[in-house]
Design a protein. Structure first.
Length: 325
């Protein structure tokens, strides 16, 4: 079996990218339904920030996909007869469309990571101290000129001389920085959100505690899609393997899938258990009691999970729960 070449990797990447993008489009439509759906004939308040993120991510990912398709035609049709063929075209890091595509990819990563940090901030009761480290890793400021690492990647590609190996060039070092910091941020934020929900659930009764498990599952599973793609891309890049281009193409729609899937699952109450308002009747001390799911879709109270499509996601796990999460 022949070894994987750059043109082969790019072709395979387009197939993977297009397949995942199609999946993302379905989830995006579902997320819009969640945002604008009426409940009992009444339209609920909309979390305008998350709606803005939802639409922004879709536009960024859509344009990125269009650029990938355009580059495919450029490489295999318009540039096929030139010296080096498709391989030479794809190796040219300073090619305008490649630079623009990279800029859109960096923007997707930034929007995705920023949204995760926003959720972390909300889950931890609007405590700014908890987001200091992930904010630093997301911006990845440099001491030289204050630009984020992602911008350095774009600028370095635009200035890279023809024939320079992307893996060993200055651009390559910035690529490693971007992947490493983004991967660290995703793992850190997901862990902190899950730990916060889990630690809160320990203070609840058995009925209410069981309703926190779907919350953790939804958060972890949604983040896992993007994190796995990032990890494979990072490892492949360090190994200087062409497979990293396939993984990289998968990462773009994975960012949108992770976000839209979270909105859809929370908004429609999907999960290992029903996370919408659930009522379980039981007997305690001779009185009938109604336990409620940890997530209730209602207009904002003081407590918020940062997961809802509403301005805030009210958390009530028992009749005695009056704390902020």
């Amino acid at each position: 079996m022949p070894s994987l070449t750059l043109p082969m990797a790019e072709l395979a990447g387009i197939v993977v990218h297009s397949t995942l993008f199609g999946t993302y489009c379905i989830l995006f439509v579902g997320s819009l339904y969640v945002f604008f759906a009426k409940e009992k004939g009444v339209r609920r308040p909309i979390n305008k920030f998350l709606l803005f993120v939802d639409i922004t991510l879709f536009l960024l990912i859509f344009i990125h996909w269009i650029l990938q398709i355009d580059r495919l035609f450029e490489a295999f049709i318009y540039k096929a007869g030139e010296p080096g063929g498709p391989a030479a075209y794809y190796k040219a890091a300073r090619e305008v469309k490649f630079v623009v595509k990279t800029a859109f990819y960096v923007a997707q990563m930034f929007v995705g990571d920023t949204t995760m940090i926003y959720r972390l901030y909300i889950v931890w009761g609007s405590d700014w101290r908890i987001i200091v480290l992930p904010t630093i890793t997301t911006t990845a400021l440099t001491s030289r000129d204050g630009l984020v690492a992602g911008i350095h990647v774009v600028v370095s590609f635009a200035r890279q001389a023809p024939g320079v190996d992307i893996f060993t060039s200055a651009s390559g070092h910035w690529v490693v920085t971007v992947f490493a910091t983004t991967l660290f941020t995703n793992i850190l934020v997901t862990s902190l959100i899950s730990w916060r929900v889990w630690s809160f659930s320990r203070r609840l009764d058995d009925i209410s505690r069981s309703s926190t498990r779907p919350v953790i599952q939804i958060v972890v599973e949604s983040a896992l899609i993007y994190t796995v793609c990032l990890l494979i891309t990072h490892v492949s890049y360090l190994a200087k393997a062409p497979f990293q281009f396939i993984a990289l193409d998968a990462t773009s729609p994975a960012i949108g899938i992770a976000f839209a899937l979270l909105v859809v699952r929370v908004g429609l109450g999907r999960g290992a258990e029903n996370t919408t308002t659930a009522h379980t009747t039981g007997q305690r001390d001779g009185h009938t009691r109604r336990g409620r799911s940890i997530i209730r879709f209602a207009p904002a109270s003081e407590t918020s999970m940062g997961l809802s499509t509403l301005p805030a996601l009210d958390l009530e796990a028992s009749k005695d729960f009056n704390e902020r999460l």
